[in-house]
Design a protein around this ligand. Structure first.
Ligand SMILES: [Fe+2]
Ligand SMILES: [Fe+2]
Length: 173
């Protein structure tokens, strides 16, 4: 049932902003889960799996924003510095992501790095959702067309990572 609904809405082309907000919600929930796991002294393997999942989600999300959404934002927004700042924030996040990906949970500062990444991302998401997205909406951008492009690229990146089928199976399960 859920998978039928999802396929129908995907075929109609998702709204770009809805798609990005859904990604934001997903990653915020994963960070929350990580924080809980760290507080409870969770197993290293579990922490690493979750942290790597967060890193992958963020990598795909930031990439589709940079390739598709931010160039559109730059074209349509008066405040181009919003896009510049968001790009710099992505670069800081990427730096932490790379550090986390090359570390093991038992290493010093592992939890701190994941948690600080969560704080960066939380701040970044707020700026996108409270400032950039409303301005894009107001500028009259074709959000359905942009959403279709984002979804297509997202699926291509997920399938490169071998994650597309996994997501579909998880939905059908
Ligand atoms: Fe972003
Ligand atoms: Fe975003």
């Amino acid at each position: 049932m859920a998978s039928t609904q999802r396929k129908t809405s995907a075929a109609a082309g998702p709204d770009a902003i809805e798609l990005l907000i859904a990604d934001h919600k997903k990653v915020k929930a994963l960070f929350k889960q990580y924080k809980k796991l760290a507080e409870e002294g969770g197993a290293a393997a579990q922490k690493r799996e979750l942290a790597l999942q967060i890193c992958q989600e963020l990598t795909v999300h930031t990439q589709i924003e940079e390739e598709i959404f931010y160039p559109a934002a730059r074209r349509f927004l008066e405040e181009k510095d919003l896009v510049d700042e968001a790009t710099v924030e992505h670069a800081s996040a990427k730096d932490l992501i790379e550090q986390i990906q090359s570390m093991q949970p038992r290493e010093k500062l592992y939890d701190a790095k994941v948690i600080v990444l969560g704080e960066y991302v939380e701040h970044h998401i707020k700026e996108e959702q409270n400032e950039m997205f409303p301005q894009i909406k107001a500028a009259g951008v074709d959000l359905q067309k942009l959403g279709a492009k984002l979804l297509q690229r997202k699926n291509a990146l997920l399938s490169e990572l071998g994650l597309l089928e996994e997501e579909e199976e998880a939905i059908e399960a």
